[in-house]
Design a protein around this ligand. Structure first.
Ligand code: IDC
Length: 488
C-alpha cells in the first residue's frame, strides 16, 4: 500500500512540476517535511507539518499527503488547503504560503478526529520525518512535574549577568521617578481606544510571564519565585494559568479557585498585575465550560472586586469553533464579571487558538465586523515564534489598528511548546509588540523539561529563581527582554 501510494504521488508530482518552473532547478530531495503531534486528547489530536527548503533557491509550491488508518480523519486544517480521497488527505498551499525561499520553511496544522497516527506522510513525494509509525492512541499530553530527583542547576549566576543579590537589591528601573511598582504607578487599568491605559489615561504596555498549569507546578509559584519576578525580572504581570480540564478546575473547583486567589494576592503584594486565565484548551468550544466559567468568574470577581491588579481572561484558546459561538460565550460571561467587579478589564480569546482566526483560515475581520458587545474588553492573540511568523505578524499589525489586543500567551519555540528557541522570530515579535504597545506574557514559568520552560528542570525545588543560573535558553532571552525599563 505504502509503496504504490508513493508511486502515484511521484507521478502526480511530475505532472504538477510542468507548470512550476522553479521546481526544475531543484534536486528531487530538496524539500523535507517533519510531522509532529502538538496536542492530543482522548478522541483526537492536533498535528503540524513543517516543510523545509534546505536548498539555496526558492520552491514555488508544495504538496503534502498524509494517510490515516480507518476510523481517523482530518477534521480541519489551517495554513493549507485540504482535500481528501478515502483515507488520504492532501494539503496544498493556503494561497499565500506556496513559495518557500531557499533556507526557509513553511508549515501548516490540522486536527484529526480519531487517534490513529499517519501511516504515511510525504512532501512532493519524499517521506516526512517524525512519524511514530503507530496507530495506537497516545495518552493525553500531560506534564510530569519535576521531582526532587531532577538534576539541580547551579545556583551561581552566569558571568555575563548580574547576580541575584545585586539585582534584587537594585531599585526597579522605571521611566518615572517614583521607583515604585507597576501597580503603584499605574493603578486601575482601562481600555482606551485600541490600547491599554493606566489610571491617568497614559497608554502602557505590561510585560510578564505566564505560569504553567498551577495545579502541576506548585513549587514554581512560591513567595520567592514571585519575589524574583517582581524584583529581579522587573515583571509587570503574572498570568495565572488555571487549566479547566486535565485535572484543573473541572476536577477541583474549590481548591483551584483558592489557588488562583492566593496568587492574585501574592502578585498584588509585590505590585504586579495578575491575569486570571481560564485555561480552556480541549474541548475547544468555550461553551462546553460555560456553566463552570460563570460559577468561577462570579466567585473570583466578587472576591477581588476592590483590587486594582486583576485582569480577567475568560477563554484561553477557543479552537474548532466559530467566532459567533465565542462571542456568544463572552457575552454571557462578561456580565457575570461586571456584576461583581464593574471596572475589571476582560480579555476574550479568539478563534483558532487565539490566533485572531488565522490558524483556522480566517482573520481578524470577523471580529472587527462583529465585535463582542461589551466595553472595557480586549482580544487575545497568541503566537509561538518558531511556528507563527510573517503572516501572523501582518495580521496583528493590521488588527491592532481596530482592536485592543493583548498577547496573553506566547512561546519562543514551536506551537507544541517544545523544540528549539527561535531567537530571531521572538525578537522580531517582541519588537513589534513593543512598537504597538501590546502587552504580553511568556509561556511558561515552570521547570518542566520542554523548550518553552523558563526554568531548568529542578530549579523550582531548588528555589533557583533569581539571576540566570536556573534559566533555560528561553528563560534567559525572555528575562533580558522583560527587565528593561518600562515606559509608564
Ligand atoms: C502545553 C504545555 C505542555 C502540556 C500541554 C497540554 O507546554 O507541557 O503538556 O500544554 O496541557 C498553547 C496552550 C498551552 C500549551 C502551549 C504549548 O495554551 O496550554 O501548553 N500552547 O503547546 N497554545 C499554543 C501552544
Amino acid at each position: 500500500m505504502k509503496r504504490s501510494l508513493k508511486l502515484i504521488l511521484a507521478s502526480a508530482f511530475a505532472v504538477a512540476t510542468v507548470s512550476t518552473v522553479a521546481f526544475f532547478a531543484l534536486p528531487a530531495s530538496a524539500e523535507a517535511a517533519s510531522f509532529t503531534v502538538t496536542n492530543s486528547w482522548s478522541s483526537g489530536y492536533q498535528g503540524e507539518v513543517t516543510i523545509s527548503n534546505p536548498s539555496s533557491s526558492s520552491i514555488s509550491t508544495w504538496k503534502v499527503e498524509l494517510t490515516l488508518p480507518a476510523g481517523s480523519t482530518v477534521g480541519q486544517a489551517w495554513n493549507a488547503t485540504l482535500a481528501s480521497a478515502g483515507q488520504t488527505f492532501t494539503f496544498t498551499p493556503a494561497g499565500w504560503n506556496a513559495t518557500i525561499a531557499g533556507g526557509a520553511s513553511a508549515g501548516f496544522g490540522f486536527v484529526v478526529n480519531g487517534t490513529g497516527r499517519p501511516t504515511s506522510c510525504t512532501v512532493n513525494g519524499q517521506a516526512c520525518t517524525g512519524l511514530t509509525g503507530s496507530t495506537a492512541p497516545s495518552s493525553p499530553a500531560s506534564p510530569s512535574p519535576a521531582t526532587s530527583a531532577s538534576p539541580k542547576p547551579s545556583a551561581s549566576p552566569s558571568a555575563t549577568s548580574p547576580s541575584a543579590t545585586t539585582t534584587s537589591a537594585s531599585p526597579r528601573p522605571t521611566a518615572t521617578s517614583a521607583g515604585s511598582t507597576p501597580l503603584a504607578i499605574n493603578g486601575q487599568l482601562k481600555v482606551c481606544g485600541t490600547n491599554l491605559c493606566n489610571a491617568a489615561g497614559k497608554k502602557i504596555q505590561l510585560r510578564g510571564v505566564s505560569s504553567h498549569g498551577i495545579h502541576w507546578f506548585p513549587s514554581c509559584y512560591t513567595g520567592s519565585a514571585l519575589d524574583a519576578l517582581a524584583t529581579d525580572w522587573n515583571a509587570d504581570l503574572f498570568r495565572i494559568a488555571m487549566y479547566v480540564q486535565e485535572g484543573g478546575y473541572e476536577s477541583d473547583p474549590t481548591g483551584m479557585t483558592s489557588k488562583v486567589n492566593s496568587l492574585v494576592d501574592q502578585a498584588e503584594a509585590r505590585g504586579m498585575y495578575a491575569l486570571i486565565d481560564f485555561h480552556l484548551l480541549n474541548p475547544g468550544d468555550p461553551n462546553y465550560n460555560l456553566a463552570r466559567a460563570k460559577e468561577f468568574f462570579a466567585k473570583v470577581a466578587a472576591r477581588n472586586a476592590t483590587k486594582k491588579n486583576v485582569i480577567y481572561e475568560i477563554a484561553n484558546e477557543p479552537n474548532g469553533v466559530s467566532w459567533a459561538s465565542i462571542k456568544s460565550y463572552a457575552e454571557q460571561v462578561i456580565p457575570v464579571i461586571r456584576a461583581n467587579d464593574p471596572d475589571g478589564i476582560v480579555i476574550v480569546g479568539t478563534r483558532g487558538w487565539s490566533s485572531l482566526g488565522v490558524s483556522e483560515g480566517s482573520s481578524s475581520a470577523e471580529i472587527v465586523s462583529n465585535p463582542v458587545n461589551a466595553s472595557n474588553i480586549m482580544y487575545a492573540f497568541h503566537f509561538y515564534a518558531a511556528s507563527h511568523k510573517d503572516n501572523y505578524r501582518a495580521e496583528v499589525s493590521k488588527a491592532a489598528a481596530s482592536l485592543p489586543l493583548f498577547v496573553t500567551e506566547f512561546g519562543t519555540v514551536s506551537a507544541s511548546g517544545d523544540g528549539a528557541v527561535d531567537t530571531a522570530s521572538t525578537n522580531t515579535w517582541l519588537d513589534l509588540l513593543d512598537r504597538l504597545k501590546i502587552s504580553y506574557a511568556n509561556w511558561n514559568f515552570a521547570d518542566k523539561s520542554e523548550g518553552s520552560s523558563i526554568l531548568k528542570p529542578g530549579a523550582c525545588a531548588a528555589g533557583t529563581f533569581s539571576g540566570t543560573g536556573g534559566l533555560t535558553e528561553s528563560g534567559q532571552l525572555i528575562r533580558s527582554r522583560i527587565r528593561t525599563a518600562d515606559d509608564f
